[in-house]
Design a protein around this ligand. Sequence first.
Ligand code: ADP
Length: 688
Amino acid sequence: MKFDSITIKSLDHIFHAIDEVVFLIDQQGTFKHVVRTSQDFLLLPPSEFIGKHHREVLPEPISDQIEESFKRLSASETLVSFEYSLNVGNGTDWFIARIGKIIDDNGSLVGYVAMIRKITHKKSMESGLVRKEKMLEAIAFANKELLENTNLTESISNGIRELGIATGADRCYLFENGFDDEMGEETTSQKYEWNSGSAAPQINNPDLQNLPFSAVSDFVEPMTKRVPLNAIVRELPDGGLKEALAAQDIVSVLLMPIYVQDYFWGFVGFDDCYAERVWSESEINLLKSYAVSISSAISRKSMEDDLKRSKEIAESANNAKSAFLANISHEIRTPLNGVVGFTSLLSDTELSEEQRLFVNNLKASSAVLHSLIADILDFSKIDAGIIEIIRSQTELRTFVSEIENILRYQFSKDGNQLILNIDPSIPEYILVDSIKLKQVLVNLLSNGSKFTSKGVVTLSIVPQNEVLRFEVKDTGIGIKPEDLKTIFNPFVQGDLSRTKKYQGSGLGLSISKKILEAMNSEIHVESEPGKGSTFYFDLRDYEVVEQEKVQAENLSGDRTYSDLKKFKLKILIVDDNEMNILLASMVTRKNYPESEIFLAANGFEALEKVRQSDFSIIFLDLHMPGIDGFQTYQKMKALRPDLCPVVALTADASETAKQKCLDTGMHGILIKPFSPKELNDMVVKCTG
Ligand code: ADP
């Protein structure tokens, strides 16, 4: 059967029902028949196809696909399909071709039927969906960055990069607005840019920095009204904006304003440099949501910056206050040393009854002044965060009796009884910062006695599981419930009406609290006005020293101070302060009448003295002009490797200073103001 003899016309209505453009092609590839349906997208009339080979009318890539389809059909396939595109006007149309075989009654191949459908809409829907999905992913990433990355610059540039890739834009960037004082006008500058690589980068373009609003009013104008600028450059009216965009090879652009608390902060932009893009409304909405996220991140960052700045200001003010307190109390220590020392010397001289009364008052006042200064210095150091916990082997029972000794005088003065309730199962030796722990307990017990009259103050130490519970309970005046919350705050003295009656700095409890915090403990209080108060804490920061590991204590030997009186000591006192020299020499001369006292007003004089003779002990002030105590010590040591014991004199009560002295090899340290007894004890320790 010949092709021409087929009553093709009779098949037309079937093809119409299919609603696709149908071509009948003979075995050689020549168009024989064209059926136009409602889907009429043919660029040429049917007469241009009929009788022509497909290569004569179709573009080569499509013809190649047709040939390929024929081959596959001749093999075994029954239906072959492929998609292709054609440029039409300003855009591209997509088609799907399905090609099948035409077989005659004898089963021989006589030609092909090609059914063509236009799928541009479906295609663009599909690619739009894919792009939207990519954009959603990119926006989720960019938002996560803004929320989680603490570096705002980095989070914005990472987000912009992902959005640039997802949207397929050629450039994606962020501009930040500012104000130029010289021009007296608002400006905008490009801050970040992502570039696909196919368009020239603009980040270093000086023309895009400090652009005055007036020069770019065309595109800034809508954004100042919160409206995005979405433009196809070709369609823009001639003028500045069109020229500026064209100069950067931009064919379409989308600019999304960023508002931070009603202030036009800047904008994110997307450039296309090759194909004109029509942004869909949903895409624009997605990008708007990103602009809002940037704006929240900027507000959050500026709030954080403000907070940080106020914190820094507060901290620097607090540090300045602490440094001032530390300095001033350090400066007060030196003259106070004179007051305490000379008062003590004076009280040992022959005095009339009236003079003794005065001296005793002087002694009591200087003792109070001393403890106040010590409190302020401690507080300022603790407040500045300088709190060192140094643990050493401590025999608990000796520790408690030392506390008892310190407080004996106060308790008898206040008419109170100190009861010790020490659980027999407490460990014998522990590793603990005994100096700090003693400071806390002495403070609590001394408060207990201060606020109790003719009553009882009990110190209990009871082991509880892994901790040691320390408790100080008094039968005194108690604390009002409303004061309980504030008594641990610095400079708080509870009921003000009674502060005049009870001396104090209002720092003791806050120092104790901070010390215990540094030791990983928390202080608690329970109190009932009129009945008494109980302060307690659980000590965790300690270690039991097993019996076999107890180190022999560095005892000062059996020699006592009265033995020393008989010895002829050669004592060198080095201090630039005349009063200190006088005081130290008076105390030593009085206590060791057989001894020789040598004086040096500075490090150089001291070195000269050490070169000339041997000494039994040297008292060395650390703070001296010229060469300081540490340098003097080192030079002395270089002169005489077998140097006698050296004791540092200093007003710096910090652990660091103490440690530094011991590290350099000095034998001990006396903190000003020191009492004659402390000085004697040191002589016993060093010469024993
Ligand atoms: P100071 O004793 O130097 O005033 P503290 O910080 O040691 O400073 O104490 C703060 C305040 O807490 C005291 O002024 C007092 O009002 C109250 N307080 C402390 N301990 C007791 C106590 N055992 N009994 C009653 N009040 C106390």
